[in-house]
Write a protein that binds this ligand. Sequence first.
Ligand code: SOE
Length: 398
Amino acid sequence: MSEETGFTTMAGAKAEYETPEIGVGMLGYAFMGKAHTNAYKKIPYMMYPPPMIPKLVALCGRNERAVTEAALRYGYEGYYTDWQKMLENDEIQLFDNGSPNDTHADPCIMAAERGMHILCEKPLARNAEEAKRMLDAVQKARIKHMVAFNYRFVPAIRQIRNLIDSGKLGQIYHFRAVYLQEWIMPHYGTPKIWRLDKKVAGSGAIGDLGAHIIDLAHYLVGGVKSVSAYTKTFIDKRPLPDGSGTGKVDVDDAFVAALEFDNGALGTLESTRFAGGRKNYNRFEINAEKGSVVFNLERMNELQVFWVGEEPKETQGFHGVLITEGYHPWWENWWPHGHIIGWEHTFVHEITHLLDCIVNDKEVAPHGATFKDGYRAAVVCDAIVDSAASRKQVDIKY
Ligand code: SOE
């Protein structure tokens, strides 16, 4: 400390325990690059003490001006415009793939071959065949691998999983899920962006939104036995983003599906980006032997619960509850009860889980989604497409 100023520098100060660093290489600087980087920067001081301290080694993106600005904004040590060059950097131990779906497979397979741990955004791949190649690559390598199905890391959803695991809900009869958005309706004038292009995205609402509720079905209920589905493309031609003309939309705008689970439960799934007024409406309801629970992402700190035989019977029915007590999942890291958290914090939780699994050699599953979960979701996504095309029920086979 300086006697004169009273100031003590923290430069070079060491915490009482050594926390290992992990070098991160982030592919993608847009929406998911921002959400993941925000999480990497929050982990050291909010998930305290952190399992590891992320070191922002490199950001990668094709547009040099944009990736330069993003690397400066977020504090990366440097940037690449070529992901293959980034994957040759030995300073990187964790490869994070937040790029569009057509650049999930090759970079992740190379990262696995180079022994890097991997976090890949959902959907894992454009289809099950591609997802299987990625799964095979990571299973050959001795690495930790996770798919960013971030809704597994909402405190209220983890609480539902805990209620299921503890037997408090009993046998599950129904899983009823919708994931509704509105942003490609006519009044948005959305051009044919990559999410509407089959060779880039693989599918439309199915892989973008449906993958989330399929993964939640797997995480909360179990394996899917069969699927019967419809898909629809409401607008089949859109202007090209560069203004050079129009392009055919070759992916689904919406789907509805009926499922039978291996454990006998029944399910219904629906996803669309044509649900006017629905901004990010991921809502599901589970009806079980001892009660029901309802989750709605647009009110993500709450659950609606119904308990069979609840007393006093005069007020039997669904009740709202805030999942913000210190004893609720992850709440010891945040604020006093009622001081709610948001969508961004699910990435903080999920990346902390991955870092904990890396540094302590723990299994990413069952609470984190591995590439095997990414593959299982891809198989169900393909079954929805196949059932709609054949107008027949499709049995799930891995
Ligand atoms: C767009 O539909 C999107 O950003 C999805 O890609 C995300 O997975 C979802 O969490 C929010 O909506």
